[in-house]
Write a protein that binds this ligand. Sequence first.
Ligand code: NAD
Ligand code: UGA
Length: 458
Amino acid sequence: MKFKKEILCIGAGYVGGPTMAMIAYKCPQYRVNVVDILPEKIAQWNSDALPIYEPGLDEIVQKARGRNLFFTADIEAGIKSADIIFVSVNTPTKTYGVGAGMAADLQYWEKTARQILDCADSSKIIVEKSTLPVKTAQAMERILNSGKYEVQFEVLSNPEFLAEGTAIADLENPDRVLIGSQQTESGLKARDELVAIYANWVAADRIVTSNIWSSELSKLVANAFLAQRISSINSISSLCEKTEADVSEVAKAVGMDTRIGSRFLNASVGFGGSCFKKDIMNLVYLCRHYGLEQEADYWEGVIRINEHQKERFVLNMLTAMFNTLAGKKICLFGFAFKADTGDTRETPALTVAGRLVEENAQVVISDPKALDNARLDTQSIKGDIQFKEDPYEAARGCHAIAIMTEWALYRSLDYEQIFNSMQKPAFIFDGRNITDHDKLFEIGFNVFPIGKPKKVHF
Ligand code: NAD
Ligand code: UGA
């Protein structure tokens, strides 16, 4: 079959894989190739066991793969034959040199720019899908326009707003698709080509166009605002615990104001995930770079509250369990950074596990999808850590359960059976406020929610 255009995506990760699967599924007239430097990852994308768990992903990959969706390790050939190249490589926080711990590490991104430059012998549209600091497109253009061929590159910014666990629903029905371009004739023409792809399934009023710098910045700001809401409600959760107010009631009352809105106000043990912290630190770094110290401090506060919330959770456990955790067996229900994903990047559960081990506790980790990652992540923690997928087995003989991830599974367990198999007094620390605290208390647990009065038998 002759395709209308050929799309390439460099980077077959959490964003590149699902995003391209959706484009291919919705746009059979385009051929979509996805490449990665890791051949084993490409092999997984071509198998029945995809490299990431995402509800609904298997179905759309199965429908499009081999029809107009192809996963391959041949990056050079992919670049040569593409009309449009999405760059969806990782952009983690720098761990070395200037800006370490704050700035984005652009080495993977720059490598792709140079690869495109080396291989491309025809004009192309380059789409920044990765989250990048403002003005990165300028650097991309400068690299690309220093090449040996007489070819033209037009760089667009098209940040991705999907959340893990709901990636397919988010991609199928996005709040908005944002496309930033240079406001030149060729920039606008390239923008329209990208708009035409999304228009296959996204309503016109949800496809927003802007100048390229606004687009790059909007992605960082969206994540900063989302994380800020969580830190805001988490800061209030501490106050609730001191005053016998209930954070869920406060969130409900406050969120019913349509100017505020009800979503993303769930108090928790803290936010995790690969992006919130990194993108806020990136924003903070940008502010400092431009001499905006007050603004930088303001956004850094969101991260400080998040770190504090995790530490507060552990200290609450320590205080509640008679100021010693040494030799006690504590079970973590959930290790993923949120429900419906196996991803554990920046998960609060890792911080909590590490802190519990520092207190000489024995830790048992349970999770329906994230145990492989949990094993890798905890390798550096020297202590007694076990892994058990079955929550009943994991909790057996434990002194306490700490709920780390809001998996639906943990709402409906037989907690009476679990209680009977545990050491007494038995404690439950609900880091996600997902269980029925009254019922758990009636069963016999000492219950410690987030931002709500504790329920104890002594
Ligand atoms: P990821 O680590 O899952 O995937 C990135 C992939 O790029 C990896 O498979 C890596 O091997 C590959 N790669 C790196 N350098 C390469 C190169 N030179 N050539 C070919 N492949 C290369 O990362 P991710 O979670 O998909 O994130 C990608 C970008 O999207 C980041 O900038 C992130 O901030 C942004 N983002 C992520 C999410 C999310 O939910 N994970 C959501 C929105 C935006
Ligand atoms: C987030 C954003 O929601 C996406 O729009 C964005 O594209 C993505 O980051 C990104 O750039 O990577 P994600 O991290 O996958 O998506 O998941 P979220 O649903 O945002 O949850 C992030 C963390 O906040 C999780 O640990 C979650 O449990 C926590 N959270 C979320 C709370 O503690 N309370 C809430 O009310 C909501």
